[in-house]
Design a protein around this ligand. Sequence first.
Ligand code: GRG
Length: 317
Amino acid sequence: MIDDLARVEIALDRAVETDFAFLDRIARHLIAAGGKRVRPGFCVASAATGLDPAVAVSDDVITGAAAVELVHLGSLYHDDVMDDATVRRNVTSVNAEWGNHRAILAGDYLLARASELAASLGTEVAALLATTIARLCDGQIRELQDTRNVARTLEDYERSIAGKTASLLATACRIGGISGGVGRADIDAVTEFGHSYGIAFQIVDDILDVTATEAELGKPAGNDLLEGTFTLPVILAMESADGAQLRELLGTDLDSDAHGRALVLIRASGGVEAARDHARAWADKAAAALTSLPDTLGTHALQAAAGHLVERAALPS
Ligand code: GRG
C-alpha cells in the first residue's frame, strides 16, 4: 500500500496541472506541504480489504483517492479564508500568501478537478462526491450558525461534525470500496467505519485545540474558542457542575485574559476527559464496523488506524 500512496501523489500532481503558472503554483501549495493523506489512505485500504496482499489496487482506486484528497484540500483553502488562518500544514496558508479572493478561487479549482476525476469513475462515484461536498457545507454552516451559542448541545455538535468531517472520511472509504470492486455489504461496512472514525477524529482534533501547543498542531492553538466555536470539550465543560461561570464568560467577547481564564476552567472541568470518552466510544464503533471484513492487509490497516486514534485520544492533557 506504500506504493499505492506514491501513485496517489502522481495522480494529484497530474490532476491540478495547468499551463497557467500562477494557478498551477497556488493549486499545488498545500499538496506540496504534505499532510497526513488520511483520506487517500482510507480509500486505498478500503479497496484492499478485498485484495490479496500481492495485488496492487486498480488505477480507478488511485483516481478516487486523489479526488477525495482534492475535495479535502479545497475545503481547507475555504476553511482558512473563513478562519483568517495564517498557517496550515506548517506553511503559510494560501489566503495569507495570496489573499482571500485567490484562495477561494483556487479552492474552487481543486473541487472542479476533483469532480472531473470522480466523473471518470462513473455516475455513482460522481454523485457521491457531489453529495459529500454538500454535506461538508451543511456541517460547516451548522457550526457557523452556532457561533458563540452557549446553549450548543452534543447533538448540535455531532450533526455538524458528521457533515464537515465524517462525511468525507466515510466517502473516501466508500469510493475505495466501489472502485475497488468490493462486495456491497463490505462497502457499507467500510463506509460505517469511515463515518465513526471521522466523528472520533474530529473530537480528537477539537480536544487537541484545547490541550496542545502550536508546535504540536502546526497551526495556532486555542483558536476554536477565540472564533466562538464551542466544540465538545467546551460543551461538556459548560454542562458540568461548575459550568455556569464558564457559560457566563463565553457569553461575552473574549479578550486574551478572558480566553486564558476560559481555558483554565475548561481544563479543570473534566470536559476534556469526558470528550475523550466520546472519542474512544466512536473509535471503538469504527473498529467494530470492520469485524465482518475479510482478514486482509487493507482491513488490518483500517483496524490500526482506529487503534491509533484511541491512543491519541488517551494522551494526558
Ligand atoms: C468547498 C468542499 C468545500 C467545503 C466548504 C469550508 C467548508 C465548507 C468545510 C470545512 C471542512 C473542514 C475543514 C473540516 C475540518 C476537517 C479536518 C479535521 C481537517 C484536518 O484534517 P487532517 O488532520 O489534515 O487530515 P491534513 O493536513 O493532515 O490532511
